[in-house]
Design a protein around this ligand. Structure first.
Ligand SMILES: Nc1nc2c(c(=O)[nH]1)N[C@H]1C(S)=C(S)[C@@H](COP(=O)(O)OP(=O)(O)OC[C@H]3O[C@@H](n4cnc5c(=O)[nH]c(N)nc54)[C@H](O)[C@@H]3O)O[C@H]1N2
Ligand SMILES: Nc1nc2c(c(=O)[nH]1)N[C@H]1C(S)=C(S)[C@@H](COP(=O)(O)OP(=O)(O)OC[C@H]3O[C@@H](n4cnc5c(=O)[nH]c(N)nc54)[C@H](O)[C@@H]3O)O[C@H]1N2
Ligand code: SF4
Ligand SMILES: [Mo]
Length: 695
């Protein structure tokens, strides 16, 4: 039987057709009638059936007994026991002794976040963490320090030029900041855009699949994005190519910025990064000529040694070139399931939330209501009355994802109570006291509300289960609902107080959450392949009186100081090797490693020149070591890498440095003097390493 639904492994939310036999998905193909993805799927999406029914799937929740072994437990009994233990910990040590870590797979599950957030509010703890602070929270820091233009960014569809830095959307279907231009069939989308005249600039130390399609590929030494953007700003401001009218209306500190990037001349950029002078100037002029199109950054920019200032300068380039929507232009945002709220050409002032209110004993403030994930280990291990003793991990695998694998393992292993909600016995779940087995995406109701802001079209879809879940599983949201019930926490979700004694259905909750949408949910549900809505009619409106005169802060004092330091970062020494980030098509972080027939393991990729110099042959085991630790991996030759770079995908390996499938790159990462202020972001790309043949 063929069933229609959409994939929820990543934000692309591709429409699929599943062939179901005996309650098993035996085949997944792209749904050509889906107006968003038009038949596109990726290799991991097509293996979604195996994630549900393969040997790794957890079919029952587990409790660890005093002998260390797991025994099956009914999830409602587990919720009762866990709720009781959380109440006791909170009563003895205070609510801040409870922590929650939100992983990536909480994001594509529409009900988990709202219900978990409502429960969390009642817990009353400050110790909330998510993967954003080991990902691209530099973007949050920029908004906090610069402010935000609320009229919306220019769109990819109408762009003349686009600059992608540190992102490889042809693999990650990501492509930067909520523009969603390159999600579905990204190589075709990019080719089509270029055929209509788009000019593409890519900044990446690897000649990626995306960079291969660029008009200009700048291939700098890694870890120098701040200098790269300073250099581009130097040319644009130096040649007066910026949008003076937009700057006058909305920005403060343009002249100071011009002075601050004064030393970042194309010569200096070339000396440090190896990018030829003429290429940098050409890229700066091409970008500034626009007239439309933005800079979008990804993990390569947001994980480097000066990530916060690099991202700040990338945004400055958008601001000084005025790449935002003005009064009278079509409003940004699809507003299909979401509400059609007015969009105004105004600035929300910088709000340094981390300086206000709560501050942890480790010196961290709140960023979008969260603490930096890189303080989680110390929150658990360092003495303090409010140290974390119980941690709930929802849809994440911090044992592999967090930097400093050694200490993460030590920290999570030392908790009084660790609860992992996971569809497989992940490395994090292996350390847990309770593992809650949730339903998976083809077994549950969902809609695209939370994702629509990154879609390139005004699209929405509602889906129901297409197979029955294993009987021992529970919906993620329902587990949090039960915890709340046991702990006596009233839940307010989508504006309603839920009745603890009679849980709503998933459908009901979905309906409530989309209750303020521009398009009624009934219309969306009536479109089995998803609905392409009429474009939104709203136009960008003039600023409200209260916001009149608000300006973006281009160069606050702390940014100026970080910029000075970043510009002095030395060029790589001859023979220096730097580990850089990379993603693989066949898996989503640690999810999908089991499909080794699809992608093998995660090799350490080297430029052939470096392999020759170091005497490393294809396929041999190499030992990579850094200031933080070592990892062993299989060498693979990759001529697309800039010499001096080694790239290795994260999300692999096991509990120890040399078990599991593949190798956990986070044995090489950790905290040091380069950890960023505010978000405590460590360096995950451009990590100095030494490589040698393993003996
Ligand atoms: N197939 C697949 N898709 C995914 C994921 C996955 O695991 N697999 N993960 C998802 C997640 S969680 C995220 S956050 C997104 C991330 O999406 P992206 O940010 O697009 O991630 P990558 O594809 O790793 O691209 C990062 C690029 O940065 C480059 N780079 C490394 N160091 C530097 C540097 O110093 N400067 C510059 N300019 N570039 C550098 C790398 O060579 C690489 O090409 O992808 C999502 N999509
Ligand atoms: N060195 C290095 N480290 C990195 C990165 C890097 O580039 N380099 N990238 C960072 C980034 S961008 C990210 S986002 C993080 C990823 O960090 P995490 O989000 O912690 O890691 P994932 O592997 O995505 O974990 C998702 C988990 O959710 C489970 N899961 C799948 N479906 C469901 C479901 O329906 N419900 C529940 N409850 N669980 C489910 C999966 O089995 C898996 O164990 O890693 C970060 N760490
Ligand atoms: S890109 Fe792949 S993983 Fe992401 S939603 Fe589409 S099919 Fe699923
Ligand atoms: Mo991520």
């Amino acid at each position: 039987m063929k069933k229609v639904s959409y994939c929820r492994i990543c934000q692309a939310s591709c429409g699929i057709l599943a062939e179901v036999r005996d309650n098993r998905i035996v085949r997944i193909v792209g749904d050509a009638d889906n107006p968003l993805s038009e038949g596109f799927t990726c290799p991991k999406g097509r293996r979604g059936g195996e994630l549900h029914s393969g040997p790794q799937r957890l079919r029952t929740s587990l409790k660890r007994m005093s002998d260390g072994n797991f025994v099956p437990i009914d999830p409602l009994d587990a919720a009762a026991e866990i709720g009781g233990r959380l109440l006791a910990i909170s009563a003895t040590h205070g609510a801040d002794a409870i922590g929650m870590f939100r992983g990536t797979q909480q994001a594509f599950n529409s009900l988990t976040k709202p219900v978990a957030s409502a429960w969390w509010k009642g817990v009353g703890s400050h110790k909330l963490f998510s993967t954003m602070t080991i990902d691209q929270s530099a973007k949050w820091v920029v908004t906090g320090r610069m402010g935000e233009y609320l009229g919306g960014r220019q769109g990819f569809a109408e762009a003349d030029v686009w600059l992608l830095a540190g992102t490889n959307p042809l693999v990650s279907v990501n492509g930067g900041t909520a523009d969603g231009p390159l999600m579905h069939n990204p190589s075709v989308a990019l080719r089509r855009a270029r055929e209509r005249g788009l000019k593409l600039i890519v900044i990446d130390p690897r000649r990626t699949e995306t960079a291969a399609l660029a008009d200009i590929h700048l291939q700098p030494a890694p870890g120098h994005d701040a200098l790269m953007f300073a250099g581009l700003l130097n040319v644009v401001l130096g040649e007066g190519l910026h949008d003076r009218a937009f700057c006058a209306a909305y920005a403060e500190g343009v002249d100071e910025l011009a002075v601050a990037v004064g030393d970042a001349t194309p010569d200096r950029v070339a000396e440090v990064t190896g990018v030829p002078v003429a290429r940098l100037i050409e890229a700066a002029r091409l970008f500034a000529a626009g007239p439309r199109g933005m800079v979008s950054t990804g993990t390569g920019t947001c994980m480097g040694p000066d990530s916060n200032v690099a991202e700040h300068l990338a945004t400055c380039l958008n601001v000084i070139c005025g790449r935002y929507r003005r009064v009278g232009e079509p409003a940004f945002g699809p507003a299909v399931m979401g509400p059609d709220v007015p969009v105004r050409a105004e600035v929300a002032l910088a709000a340094r939330t981390w300086n206000e209110g709560y501050r942890s004993r480790l010196g961290a403030g709140l960023l979008m209501g969260e603490l930096p994930s890189c303080t989680l280990n110390d929150e658990i291990l360092e003495p303090g009355a409010d140290r974390i003793r119980a941690l709930i991990v929802s849809g994440g695998n911090p044992v592999l994802a967090m930097p400093d694998a050694h200490r993460t393992r030590q920290a999570l292993g030392s908790l009084d109570l660790l609860v992992a909600i996971d569809t497989r016995l992940s490395e994090t779940a292996q350390l847990a006291d309770y593992v809650i087995a949730p339903t998976m995406f083809y077994e549950r109701d969902d809609h695209t509300l939370a994702m629509e802001y990154v879609f390139p079209k005004p699209y929405a879809m509602v889906t129901g289960p297409i197979i029955d879940p294993p009987p021992g599983t529970i919906d993620d949201w329902r587990f949090f609902f039960e915890l709340a019930r046991v702990m006596g926490i009233p839940l307010k979700v989508a504006g309603r107080i839920l009745d603890a004694d009679s849980p709503p259905s998933s459908r009901q909750l979905l309906e409530w959450s989309a209750g303020r949408g521009r398009v009624p949910l009934a219309n969306i549900a009536a479109a089995p392949h998803g609905l392409l809505a009429e474009p939104r009619q709203a136009k960008v409106e003039p600023p409200s009186e209260a916001m009149q005169g608000n300006r973006l802060q281009l160069l606050p004092a702390d940014v100026a100081e970080e910029l000075r330091a970043a510009l002095n970062r030395p060029a790589p020494r001859p023979g220096e090797l730097n580990l850089i980030v990379r993603r693989m098509r066949g898996l989503m972080n640690s999810l999908g490693r089991d499909f080794t027939d699809l992608h093998g393991e995660n090799p350490a990729h080297f430029n052939p020149e470096d392999m020759g110099r170091l005497g490393i042959a294809e396929g041999v085991q190499v030992r990579l070591s850094s200031a933080h630790g070592e990892v062993f991996a299989t060498a693979a030759s990759d001529a697309t890498l800039r010499p001096g770079c080694v790239s290795l995908t994260h999300g692999w390996g096991g509990l120890g440095p040399s078990d599991g499938i593949g190798h956990n790159v986070n044995w090489l990462t950790g905290h040091d003097a380069q950890t960023q202020t505010i978000n405590f972001m460590p360096v995950l790309t451009a990590v100095p390493v030494v490589a040698e043949v393993a003996r």
